[in-house]
Every structure is written in structure tokens, then in C-alpha cells.
Ligand binder design. Structure first.
Ligand code: ZN
Length: 197
């Protein structure tokens, strides 16, 4: 059977998507919010690079900047089916591969093609190889402060407040002195009580 070029590309990209799907382990771990944001930033940092030709400056290195401060809701998966394409690790990698693909190939009008599938495949491999599925991007649980530490924190805060108001007190004194002097120069014999406000 002879395939047209278009059919060949379609077939290749389907093959790559199949490979991506088989790359993931059978049971994917859940994905927490902090973890998803870290994965997003690191994937952009790793894959969001390209060189573009500038008419006068020549080839220039470009970088895709994260922008978002929170992960997409569908990337986070804390219960239920973590293997679904709609949420968790697979959704995160799929979405980010689109973002990178659209940015690297802005003139392409095809939503899912071989280049996008290849990026997704590389990203999935990178996630697996980096050990992120073992929880390496998870936030460390914060130790609860002891009674002593809480007390110390309160003391530090009070000292800071006192210092801050002392500085204001000094500034206020300086201004009062300055305006009194101005008034004295303006009318040396005058006292503040002479004018009733
Ligand atoms: Zn897609």
C-alpha cells in the first residue's frame, strides 16, 4: 500500500503517541500542586529553547519563560485515576509539550503532528529519567515549630516593631525641630501659642 506523505506523517505521529503512552509506568503516582509547578518550570527551562534569525543581529538564543505562578488544576491529581490522560503527570506533560511546540514552531497550524509527539516523547522520558515519579520534586514537609521557637519568633517581631517606631520617632523629632527653626527665622519673637488653630 502506498501512503501519501500526509498519511505517512499521520501514521508516524500515531506511532509516537503510542510509544509515549507505553513509556509511562502502569501506575502513575499522584501529583501535588507544588510538585506540578516545579515540573512545569523545569520542563520549560529544559525544552523551551530555540534560536531565531534576527535581520540585523543574526542568530539569537531565545528562551520560553514560565509566566504562570500556579499549576493548571488538571495537572494536580490527588485521588482517583492517576493514569488518565485528562489529569496528573500525563496531562501535565501533554499540555507543556503543546506549549513548547507552539512556541518553537509558531507557523505550524497542525495541532497534533509528529514534531509535537516527539517533544512529548522526549519530555516523558525526561520526567521518568529524572526520577520525578519517585517524588523528588515534592515539597519537604515543614517541621512544626517548638514552643521555644514560637516564643523566639514573637520576641524578634516585637524588637523589630520597637526599632521601627523608634526610627519614626527620630524622624518626627527632626521635622519638628526643622519647622520650629523655619518659624523662628520667619518671625523670631513668635511662640507657637500665639496662633490658635
Ligand atoms: Zn493535545
Amino acid at each position: 500500500m502506498n501512503l501519501t506523505l500526509h498519511q505517512t506523517i499521520e501514521k508516524e505521529s500515531r506511532k509516537t503517541y503510542g510509544q509515549v503512552n507505553r513509556m509511562w509506568p502502569d501506575k502513575l503516582p499522584y501529583l501535588e500542586s507544588d510538585e506540578a509547578l516545579r515540573a512545569y518550570k523545569r520542563l520549560l527551562n529544559r525544552f523551551g529553547k530555540k534560536e531565531t534569525m534576527h535581520p540585523t543581529l543574526g542568530w539569537r538564543k531565545r528562551k520560553l519563560h514560565p509566566g504562570r505562578k500556579k499549576p493548571r488544576k488538571c495537572w494536580v491529581c490527588l485521588s482517583g485515576d492517576s493514569n488518565s490522560l485528562r489529569r496528573g503527570w500525563r496531562r501535565l506533560v501533554h499540555d507543556i509539550s503543546h506549549r513548547v511546540y507552539d512556541w518553537r514552531f509558531p507557523k505550524s497550524n497542525r495541532h497534533h503532528d509528529i514534531a509535537q509527539a516527539k517533544i512529548e516523547q522526549e519530555m516523558a522520558q525526561f520526567v521518568i529519567d529524572s526520577g520525578w515519579l519517585n517524588g523528588t520534586l515534592k515539597s519537604k514537609p515543614k517541621a512544626k515549630p517548638t514552643k521555644d521557637e514560637k516564643q523566639k519568633a514573637k520576641e524578634i517581631n516585637l524588637v523589630k516593631l520597637i526599632r521601627s517606631w523608634e526610627r519614626k520617632e527620630t524622624t518626627a523629632k527632626t521635622y519638628i525641630k526643622k519647622y520650629r527653626l523655619k518659624l523662628k527665622r520667619l518671625r523670631p519673637t513668635m511662640r507657637l501659642g500665639d496662633i490658635i488653630l
